[in-house]
Write a protein that binds this ligand. Structure first.
Ligand code: MG
Ligand code: MG
Length: 260
């Protein structure tokens, strides 16, 4: 999930705190791996939310999004033209050919984890498969810039340059964020270059990097439910997110799924 870290403090973490954040994020990774394995046509988005929350609680964590600013569920489920913050429903089933962004957060021993993947349901079109590949690759290009002494703008540039070279667009209205004892801390992590000065990456900084990539226009709208973000032209959108710590020797992907 993203709520922005604008004007919020940047708080660097100790190695011990990063270990706890790793555990929080590994529970998120476990949820997302489970959803990837179970995804099939006919499932309701409500069922995905139930499974995610059960897995989270079974592993000793709290679902971080439930009740966050009034969000009514544990999992954000955003299908096709929905970009982020889709609300699970008993009345919505995933269908063959859909792409389903699942975004999950945990709170564990006082720290937050946050990660997202977009899952294809069955066979998807070549263009949609390309959208998924480009969005995930853009995330990894940003992660590679998480190096002490770089600036956040180096992540933003890596995402925007790669995505636009591939003919897609990056969402501007929602951004990644610092994460720690709050779900959203400073700095903001935009997926596009901004004019203002950008913070330096410090050792121990942890950021949730989350490119949202559209096939058509970068413009988005929020639906009347006040949560679901959709593309303005209703063309498909993909979303991948990892929480990443800046260590002295480079990026450490806290939400990296282990073989399980
Ligand atoms: Mg998220
Ligand atoms: Mg996030």
């Amino acid at each position: 999930m993203n709520g922005g870290g604008q004007d919020k403090a940047i708080i660097v973490k100790t190695p011990e705190e990063i270990q706890v954040m790793y555990q929080a994020n590994q529970i998120v990774a476990g949820v997302l791996s489970m959803l990837q394995k179970e995804m099939k046509p006919g499932l309701t988005t409500h069922q995905l939310d139930r499974w995610a929350e059960e897995y989270c609680r079974d592993h000793g964590a709290e679902p971080a999004f439930k009740g966050y600013r009034g969000f009514p569920a544990s999992l954000c489920v955003s299908i096709n033209e929905q970009v982020v913050h889709g609300i699970p429903s008993k009345h919505v089933k995933v269908r063959e050919g859909d792409i389903v962004s699942v975004d999950f957060g945990t709170k564990y021993k006082g720290f937050f984890g946050d990660s997202a993947v977009t899952i294809p349901v069955g066979k998807v079109s070549e263009q949609i498969q390309s959208l998924l590949t480009v969005t995930r690759d853009a995330l990894y290009k940003a992660i590679d810039q998480v190096r002490v002494g770089n600036r956040i703008a180096d992540l933003s540039r890596a995402v925007q340059a790669y995505v636009e070279e591939k003919g897609f667009s990056v969402v501007r209205q929602f951004v990644g964020h610092g994460i720690g004892t709050s779900l959203h801390e400073g700095p903001e992590v935009p997926n596009y270059i901004q004019k203002q000065a950008s913070p330096r990456i410090l050792e121990g900084m942890v950021v949730a990097i989350e490119p949202m990539v559209n096939i058509g226009t970068h413009k988005v709208k929020v639906l009347r439910d006040r949560w679901t973000v959709v593309t303005a032209d209703r063309k498909p959108s993909a979303h991948f997110e990892h929480s990443v710590a800046a260590l002295a020797d480079g990026p450490f992907i806290l939400s990296d799924p282990q073989e399980r």
